[in-house]
Ligand binder design. Structure first.
Ligand code: ADP
Length: 397
């Protein structure tokens, strides 16, 4: 078996999947939660076995990944005999700035490069680095590949990624639009192209709608624009993020609510979005239940979410001179037929026609537009782990 281990290290968690590249099947997956906190625990799920849970103090990413390795090779619930069963390790890394336009085999110089972007990805890059360092230490001899969330968007033209502020700020401080969820947008657009053929999918709009949401315009397989910016805050209305907001509102908010810069950023990232508007929840199942019971602000939050998606789809169709395919992914995009229908309403002028029966689908690859629809609308369950594994295998195997 030719296996790739995929690691997604967050600030207090590590998610992992061991993937057999012969058929891209998941041999085992798991999650370590609450690293460095009370109640840290590992949940390990082998494909052909019982779920196993280990509760013990894990003080740092090193200790967490040590337990992941033990679980993978364990006599009872393990899936490989020893570490020779892992050929390469792929890491999700949030920010690769302008330097990393491709997945990259990690050495000390690359690690330094990822460190250079800590300022741009302060919540994620340090954890991603810890994950890589730990794997290098605990599994010497197995190559590590960094797969960047920003890389897919590096093909955007300058008029799309620049902010209209003095140019030297871009030159000196690299302030520009980067975009995120790139691995997902790449996976979704590649799957659409594989499914329909490149000729029929020259202009794709990929909608990744989850806790964080973003849209990308993909022309001939390359990203030409995306909704997230310097950070994941820009663009769509999200679970707890405001998305687009007038920059002048920020100092005004600080003054009126007596918050400093960090508090304001936290307010816009964690307390805003559909949660902030509705006061109900950031979860669309709760919002829809509340709206159905007559909660007006839950309905307003949903309307805002759907409207901004529709607006960006229109904008990206204009940016590409039309659109051939619109694809939905992410927890909301894959499961929520109401949202899919609502954000397609009014797009008939573009040639979008949704088939309500076909739209009643959850979590699987499907075309949900009518046979006559000029624009194909699809659901494409995203799979960032498989994409990371493919990129890693492409470089190492
Ligand atoms: P993340 O961005 O953290 O990866 P996901 O893509 O898994 O998140 O999306 C999680 C969100 O998807 C939930 O907060 C919820 O709003 C939404 N969601 C999940 N399942 C459903 C469902 N059956 N119906 C509607 N929304 C759902």
């Amino acid at each position: 078996m030719v296996n790739v281990l995929v690691i997604n290290a967050g600030s207090s968690s590590v998610k992992y999947q061991l993937i057999n590249m012969e058929d891209e099947s998941v041999i085992a997956k798991g999650l370590v939660e609450r690293i460095g906190m009370e109640g840290s625990a590992l949940t390990h799920t082998p494909a052909n076995g019982e779920k196993f849970k280990l509760e013990k103090p894990m003080n740092n990413h090193g200790e967490a990944i040590e337990e992941v390795i033990k679980a993978l090779v364990d006599k009872d619930h393990g899936v490989i005999e020893d570490l020779s069963g892992i050929k390469a390790i792929g890491h999700r890394v949030l920010h690769g700035g302008e330097r990393f336009t491709q997945p990259t085999i990690v050495d000390d110089e690359v690690l330094d490069g990822i460190r250079d972007y800590i300022e741009l990805g302060p919540l994620h890059n340090p954890a991603n680095i810890k994950g890589i360092e730990t794997c290098m230490e605990l599994m010497p001899g197995i190559p590590n590949v960094a797969v960047f969330d920003t890389a897919f968007h590096q093909t955007m033209p300058d008029y799309a990624y620049l902010y209209a502020i003095p140019y030297h700020v871009y030159e000196d401080h690299k302030v520009r639009k980067y975009g995120f969820h790139g691995t997902s947008h790449r996976y979704i657009s590649q799957t659409v192209i594989e499914t329909l053929g490149a000729e029929n999918a020259k202009r794709i709009i990929t909608c990744h709608l989850g806790n964080g949401s973003s849209i990308a315009a993909v022309e001939n397989g390359k990203c030409v624009d995306t909704t997230m910016g310097l950070s994941p805050l820009e663009g769509l209305v999200m679970g707890t993020r405001s998305g687009d907001i007038d920059a002048a509102a920020v100092p005004y908010l600080m003054k009126k609510l007596g918050m400093d810069a960090d508090e304001t950023l936290n307010y816009l990232n964690k307390k805003s979005g559909v949660l902030g508007i509705s006061g109900v929840s950031s979860d669309f199942r709760d919002l829809e239940a509340a709206a159905a019971e007559g909660n007006k602000m839950a309905q307003t939050a949903l309307n805002m979410f759907n409207y901004r998606i529709r607006k960006y789809i229109g904008a990206y169709a204009a940016a590409m001179g039309g659109v051939d395919v619109i694809a939905f992914a992410g927890g909301i995009g894959e499961n929520d037929m109401q949202v899919r229908k609502a954000c397609m309403e009014g797009l008939e002028f573009l040639g979008v026609e949704i088939d309500d029966e076909k739209n009643a689908v959850r979590g699987k690859n499907a075309v949900i537009s009518t046979d006559n629809s000029k624009v194909k609308v699809m659901v494409v369950p995203t799979n960032e782990e498989v994409m990371i594994a493919r990129e890693t295998a492409g470089l190492c195997l």
